[in-house]
Unconditional design. Sequence first.
Length: 250
Amino acid sequence: MVLYEYPCNERVRTFLRVEHLFDRLFFFAQGEDARCHQVAMATLFDLLDICDRADLRTAVLQDLDRHRSALSALREHPGVDGAMVDSLLVQIQTAVAELGGQGRIGQCLRDNEWLVSLRGRVMVPGGSSQIDMPSYHAWQIRPADARARDLARWIDPFLPLYRAMAMILRLLRDAGDAQDQRAVQGAYQEMLGGKTFQLLRVWVDEALQVFPEISANKYVIWVRFSNQDTELKPQPAARDIGFRLARCNI
């Protein structure tokens, strides 16, 4: 089954984008080839850009505080596993302490003149080549383990953000109850009656070779399935398609 996710508000959309960047960053940072580390550096700068444009740290801390309040209230309900709730509360408190105590995310990278210079060159197509920045080329030809140590040092300030966001998204995803649905002639519609969700998750069998286009508001959820022609242009799937849908909200 292939999973597709749709954020129902801008905050969750930003969180999912940052999660995607972290996934790419960790993958390429583990490589040994200098070109893998080049992608890791570009991704690190993408994360820095998002942190500069949006007050991501405040948004994450606000979400953690909201989850802490909700879990504390839930703990008093009968039938709730108190030990599990206590464990989650400890994890949230640890994440809040780590993220809240570090100041501006990635400030040490902004204070590094060489990284600031490289950040500007990476934004120019081909600007990080040896003809434009020989010092970067000199770094790239250093031993892989030396480059890996540098990357680990530069990534480290972002890890409290990563752990906090991973917890928020895990709690949100776990709150969804996946149910089997059927899209008649490739289209599914569900009236909500004013109820809102933060995240929609759709699983579809890979063998069907279709993908969902999802939209939602406080009134209705739409899921329309398409496939791709030989030019990869989306074409509506004109057949019934079974899928699983989870509506997530905390």
